[in-house]
Write a protein that binds this ligand. Structure first.
Ligand code: SF4
Length: 306
């Protein structure tokens, strides 16, 4: 018999983002939807929140698909294959078309992890065909930029031992708290350990914090001092690459930010030791324009009108 899962407090950059954006959104994601994957045991309310929290906007969806296509391409290179841009582009296009049709039919309600669902379909927004086409073109451009960059060639030159494996849900402990961190690519080049994160959107300041967290993860996982780590943000959509400061001082600043974030999150809990939260302690945002773009809008409507 497998052990029952417990909702243990953890931290990630995206968790901090939701906490900052809207407390109610944060509660839906990390408490109100807990256990919603179990279609038999979850209450209809919990299941509904679970389905909604797994929806993506078309931009997030395109980014996820590009990440998966690059991960598969790198894995193929690691095994000696030479995938071409055309073959990956075509496969990705077919996948997006299939996922689009599935989402429009609402298949995500059966299994939102296996069948990605789009907020645009759930909220029945009218999105012109031209906008969907542009979303695909942006994804294709990101893939093209990846193939035109030196990353595929650098990957081909790697010895097997220089590929560093990262699980999609990898983590490390900071002050005893599980911190999720999963760079898109980790490799050794000589003395250096290179961490790479692909981005399909425009550069944002918080991306830097994310890869500083990855640097702490890498230092912990592969026992490498920060001065040997290079953390790079590769903005495929914008055609830009940025190295992020991961020197000791910058990582100390990250730790301060992490501690303050954890402290604020825990202060909202009814029972911090048991990670128990009550929805009443997590108010709706007063940034009402954010609600119009939110998958949970229907669930908040009454509270928002009050
Ligand atoms: S609809 Fe508004 S208040 Fe409700 S979770 Fe979304 S952003 Fe927060």
């Amino acid at each position: 018999m497998s052990a029952a899962l417990t909702n243990v407090f953890s931290w990630s950059k995206s968790r901090h983002g939701k906490f900052t954006e809207c407390r109610r959104l944060y509660w839906f994601h990390y408490y109100g939807s807990w256990g919603g994957w179990d279609v038999v045991k979850a209450s209809p309310e919990v299941r509904e929140r679970y389905v909604l929290k797994n929806l993506s906007t078309r931009y997030q969806w395109a980014g996820n698909v590009v990440h998966a296509a690059i991960a598969q391409t790198l894995e193929a290179i690691r095994h000696g294959a030479r995938p071409t841009f055309e073959s990956v582009r075509q496969r990705t296009h077919e996948l997006m078309r299939a996922q689009f049709r599935d989402s429009r039919k609402g298949t995500y309600r059966i299994n939102p992890k296996r069948h990605p669902g789009l907020i645009e379909h759930e909220l029945k927004w009218h999105v012109p065909d031209e906008v969907w086409r542009q979303n695909w073109e942006n994804a294709a451009l990101s893939l093209q930029r990846f193939f035109e960059s030196d990353w595929p060639e650098r990957a081909r030159r790697l010895a097997p031992a220089d590929w560093l494996p990262v699980d999609a849900v990898d983590s490390f402990l900071l002050d005893g708290i599980k911190v999720f961190a999963a760079p898109d690519l980790a490799l050794r080049e000589g003395e250096k350990l290179i961490l790479v994160d692909w981005k399909t959107g425009q550069p944002r300041e918080e991306d830097r914090e994310q890869v500083q967290g990855y640097a702490l993860f890498a230092a912990d996982k592969w026992k490498v001092p920060p001065e040997q780590i290079v953390a790079r943000l590769v903005y495929l959509g914008a055609g830009q690459e940025i190295d992020v400061d991961v020197a000791e001082g910058a990582l100390d600043t990250f730790k301060e930010h992490f501690r303050s974030s954890v402290e604020q999150m825990k202060a909202c809990l009814r029972d911090p030791a048991r990670n128990e939260a009550d929805m009443a302690d997590f108010p709706c945002t007063d940034q009402r324009e954010r609600c119009r773009q939110c998958a949970f809008e229907r669930l908040c409507r009454e509270a928002l009108q009050g």
